[in-house]
Design a protein around this ligand. Structure first.
Ligand code: ASP
Ligand code: MG
Length: 407
């Protein structure tokens, strides 16, 4: 039968009742004849709680100690989960990241996996156990406990699926799959049966919060089919897979909005080589994550440069822009907090003209002003005012008929 890696996120194992439900689900899979490896996150809001505690204890929070602390959350969850499995007659064994063979670099709190030595997990499977592996953790090449970062459990699951050559990696969560847009904004949004890795990655980059981008990239690179599904209803969810020849590429598959960014405009910049290079080099050196960039045509030797950054990096970015402004003689720097990026994603737009025209016309018909535009081969994004965000999503979801199409 199949070998499945099943990852359960924090809400899926938030309390004893949830843990019991997951255990009986695993028991059902075992009776069906499947081999199962579990990857478990910390229970509920435990990771946030540990972070909060650390903040109360000290201002000095060395990465090594933070990772030792944070990884305790998953350790608690795997032992409880294994006990619950024993309770329903499933032989299970818990493994920390280190025991499961996750070797990482030395970058605390955001460690990257450098090797998965899955021998012990393989043996446990061969001996008839369900291995229960702690998500988002490993041991560094210099032998310290490491944390892979927020959302790192998805990456653990995908990496394990790859190392074990599993048939699928199932990401169980509190939503039932990937939707054509956020159902809280558009109630008629539909769950998709399938989506390609390229589309999923564009959606993630456009602001779709789950699954974690890193895990999708990893799965894409190593050809691990992902199944995003519900740990509450247990119904089949959305498959994220390679593009296959039988799959008709959808013109537009999803509308995604993101209100986590702010816009900065540097006005009256001298139009000569090296100005943009100098500014964006300094932003890069400060680790500012720049997304959309627009430079206008110049008039009288000066131009404007606008770009977006995450809200939390706005003060830092403004400081850098201000100092570049005085160094280059630019006229001024302004920022706008209240913007949203609204994107449409679909592999079919590669071979179909007119998608952009429909998007811009639809926004115009609804009196929504476009402040900036950017595109990739399969995505078009517009920056609009924050107040217009939900309405933009609604009208675009409707004009591309995403509630009606099935795929
Ligand atoms: N528990 C960690 C977090 O909430 C890691 C994970 O679940 O992926 O970010
Ligand atoms: Mg999580």
């Amino acid at each position: 039968m199949a070998l499945l890696v099943q990852k359960f996120g924090g809400t899926s194992v938030a309390d004893p009742e949830r843990i019991a439900e997951v255990a009986s689900h695993v028991a059902r899979c075992r009776h069906r004849g499947d081999d199962v490896v579990l990857v478990v996150s910390a229970m509920g809001k435990e990771t946030d709680e540990l972070l909060r505690l650390a903040g109360e204890v000290s201002d000095s929070r060395p990465g090594r100690e933070m990772d030792m602390l944070i990884t305790a959350g998953e350790r608690k969850a795997i032992s409880l989960m294994s006990m619950a499995l024993h309770g329903v007659g499933v032989r299970a064994e818990s493994y920390t990241g280190s025991q499961a063979g996750f070797v990482t670099d030395v970058n605390h709190s955001n460690a990257k996996i450098v090797d998965v030595r899955a021998g012990r997990i393989r043996t446990a499977l061969d001996d008839g156990y369900v291995p229960v592996v702690a998500g988002a953790q490993g041991v560094s090449v210099d032998n310290n406990v490491t944390f892979l970062g927020r959302g790192g459990s998805d990456t653990t699951a995908v990496a394990l699926a790859k190392a074990l050559d599993a048939d699928a990696c199932e990401l169980y969560t509190d939503v039932s799959g990937v939707f054509t847009t956020d159902p809280r904004v558009v109630p008629s949004a539909r769950r998709m049966n399938r989506i390609t890795f390229d589309e999923m990655l564009e959606m993630t980059a456009a602001g779709c919060p789950k699954p974690a981008m890193r895990s999708v990239e990893y799965a894409h690179r190593h050809h691990v089919p992902l199944h995003v599904r519900s740990a509450f209803t247990w119904e089949p969810g959305t498959w994220v897979t390679e593009e296959d020849a039988n799959m008709e590429a959808a013109l537009i598959r999803a509308v995604v909005s993101d209100d986590s960014q702010a816009k900065i405009t540097v006005a009256g910049v001298p139009d000569r080589p090296g100005i943009a290079g100098g500014l964006f080099r300094r932003l890069a050196e400060a680790d500012v994550n720049v997304d959309l960039i627009v430079q206008n045509v110049s008039t009288n030797g000066v131009t404007d440069i606008s770009f977006t950054v995450p809200h939390e990096q706005l003060p830092l970015a403004m400081e850098i822009c201000e100092s570049e402004r005085s160094a280059t003689g630019a006229a001024g720097v302004t920022s706008d907090h209240d913007i949203a990026k609204v994107s449409v994603v679909g592999a079919g737009m590669k071979s179909n003209p007119g998608v952009a025209a429909v998007m811009f016309e639809t926004l115009a018909d609804n009196a929504i002003n476009i402040e900036m535009i950017s595109t990739s081969a399969i995505r078009i994004s517009c920056i609009v005012s924050g107040d217009d965000s939900d309405r933009a999503v609604e009208v675009l979801h409707s004009v591309y008929e995403l509630s009606e199409t099935t795929f």
